[in-house]
Design a protein around this ligand. Structure first.
Ligand code: NAD
Ligand code: GDD
Length: 328
């Protein structure tokens, strides 16, 4: 039986990854500061630990892990990472986690380790035209991310690749592009646009007005969680180190995203555009490299995943979900 460690298993993607690995027959240890908020973990063992502490990393990482997935980070959507108020914590917390986890994994001879980087590493100057943003992997340099979150991710990508070159670590690095789905953060300030907009639509009554940050003409693509996990495992099981984009190429404006959520909800709502943290003007995944190296790319239309996500968030907002807030 294969053994996997999932760091950040109390978070959105980590929790889904644990479930997928369990379905595939792995023995899984999860590690996080907290249990998942919206479902019980399926991990065989779940360590509540602070991965900024080297001793905690030594306590949970042993030589028997075939695979480590390092997803733990101090992260959030635009309302958390683009205000500037959390920069010091984001950089310190996430860099410290990566330095510790990778170093202990190396010393315990756990060679195969996955790192979740972000589309936020791409240069701001290539993402000013909302209709034609550039995010090919090679365009990352010369570097110019628009957030300290992005700079930390770039530093950590380089850290993992240096451990590969100098210490023989078998790393895999993905650059995720705005992942969404059920069991993801939908309130509290760290939620990303798909969840925030689903929440606003779910809270509204027909004819109400919802608030959108900016003019709503900024573009993004959004990747459903199941395809994110599929891409992660395909990369981990390939011979390609990365970094490689794991994202959708279905780009749309935030106004169009809101319209899609309203159609799903069957509500007609007005939009009020208000000042808010914006991030880059345009972003889309460039999937040329993933197509070439994995012979695979995400293909599910956004509306399919958004439908499931809206129904789940509507259940959270309006009390329709049966399972809620379960500690492991
Ligand atoms: P998340 O915030 O839901 O999960 C991250 C988890 O890390 C949280 O449960 C948090 O408690 C844990 N954590 C933070 N500090 C810790 C510490 N000191 N010790 C132990 N655990 C700690 O985020 P997510 O959406 O699941 O993202 C997972 C990873 O993917 C992160 O590294 C994130 O930066 C990256 N990523 C996510 C997206 C996205 O759209 N969700 C996009 C790009 C990159
Ligand atoms: N969060 C949020 N909430 N965003 C909104 C809202 C709202 O109510 N209204 C409009 N937006 C706009 C933001 O201003 C931003 O321009 C756009 O929607 C997307 O915001 P987010 O989804 O919060 O973040 P992002 O796409 O800029 O960055 C996210 O994706 C990265 C990877 O692609 C973040 O989650 C990063 O942490 C992640 O690395």
């Amino acid at each position: 039986m294969k053994r996997a460690l999932v760091c950040g298993a109390g978070g959105f993607i980590g929790n889904h990854l644990v479930s997928r690995l369990k379905r595939e027959g792995y023995w899984v240890r999860g590690a996080d500061l907290k249990y998942p908020e919206y479902s019980a973990t399926e991990a065989d063992d779940f360590a509540i630990v602070d991965l900024r502490d080297p001793a905690s990393c030594r306590a949970i990482i042993d030589c028997r892990f075939d695979e480590i997935y390092q997803l733990a980070a101090d992260m959030g959507g635009a309302g958390y990472i683009f205000t500037g108020e959390n920069d010091a914590h984001v950089m310190h917390n996430s860099a410290t986690i990566n330095l510790n986890v990778l170093d202990v994994a190396s010393k315990r001879n756990c060679k195969r380790i996955f790192y979740s980087s972000s589309a936020c590493i791409y240069p701001e100057h290539n993402q000013k035209d909302p209709s034609a943003p550039v995010t090919s992997e090679a365009s990352a340099y010369p570097a110019n991310p628009d957030s300290e979150y992005g700079w930390e991710k770039l530093f950590s990508e380089r850290l993992y690749l240096a451990y590969h070159r100098n210490l023989g670590m078998d790393v895999r690095v993905a650059r995720y592009h705005n992942i969404f789905g059920p069991l993801g953060t939908w309130t509290g300030g760290r939620e990303k646009a798909p969840a925030a907009i689903c929440r606003k639509v779910a809270e509204a009554r027909d004819g109400d007005t919802i608030e959108i940050w900016g003019d709503g003409e900024q573009t993004r693509s959004f990747l459903f969680i199941d395809e994110c996990i599929e891409g992660t495992l395909r990369l981990m099981r390939s011979n390609f180190l990365g970094p490689v984009n794991i994202g959708s190429e279905e780009m749309l404006t935030i106004n169009q995203l809101a319209d899609m959520a309203m159609i799903i909800a069957g509500k007609t709502l007005r939009k009020r555009h208000i000042p808010g943290p914006m991030g880059v003007r345009g972003r889309n995944s460039d999937n040329q490299l993933i197509r070439r190296v994995l012979g695979w790319e995400p293909s599910q239309p956004l509306v399919v995943g958004l439908e499931q996500t809206y129904q789940w968030i509507d259940g959270q907002v309006n009390g329709k979900n049966e399972v809620d807030s379960i500690a492991a």
